[in-house]
Ligand binder design. Sequence first.
Ligand code: GBP
Ligand code: ZN
Length: 258
Amino acid sequence: MKIVPVPCLEDNYSYLIIDESSKEAAVVDPVEPQKVLQAAHEYGVHLKLVLTTHHHWDHAGGNEKIKQLVPGIEVYGGSVDNVKGCTHPLQNGDRLSLGSDLAVLALHTPCHTRGHISYYVTGKEEDVPAVFTGDTLFVAGCGKFFEGTAEQMYQSLCVTLASLPKPTRVYCGHEYTVKNLQFALTVEPDNVRVGQKLSWAQHQRQAGLPTIPSTIDEEMETNPFMRVDLPELQGRVGCQSAIDALQEIRRQKDNWRG
Ligand code: GBP
Ligand code: ZN
């Protein structure tokens, strides 16, 4: 399995997921189809599937165009999300295969949007699994609660995604890492790993490099939204439950001007 990030728009990421044996590829959120086709050409791969994380235009807005450019491409998206150009609506737990070695599992991770899907991809025995989390889980952050509740985001982040194997690589929908870690330090000023990751992320960005992938393990250690089960963190934001703490941290982030 090979993953190629394709930066798009201001701070979005599309991704090519390549099955190296067959040279078949899937693309996550191809908002600028030309850039994705260019990358597919460079790697000599054939695009078979579009995996849409959610209906927002900066993720699904390229679907109609890529269908014109790649006849026969299959477009997947959450069945309750009204994804533009969707040909194959997905439910939680649906499985797809890509080429000879890759398997894709659809995980319903609602709250940012009602039908948001994260895609968990596994390959050959030696491949580390990957999850494409769209605008549900960002590196050190999470998406705004546009179409759901703190209960749903808790389920999506702290149950569904947190249950994946710890080494799973996390590929998210936007490059928000530096701001997210600066905010994370306001919640947990003594979290050494947050401070260390912030200076690493600043160096990456100054060098024009991405800060993805993260891992599920790293997110459990540094992402305040995934740490709401910790009583210390609940205490710091004046809450007595994980869901109240998640709601409160989201409220603080919505009002935070870093
Ligand atoms: C920033 O920090 O860079 N520009 C600001 C915030 C995802 S994109 C931008 C923002 O609000 N981003 C959204 C988010 O969830 N951020 C998490 C956070 O700030 O902590 N979007 O483009 C957003 O989902 C969109 C598109 C939204 C269509 C609604 C519709 Br309808
Ligand atoms: Zn979004």
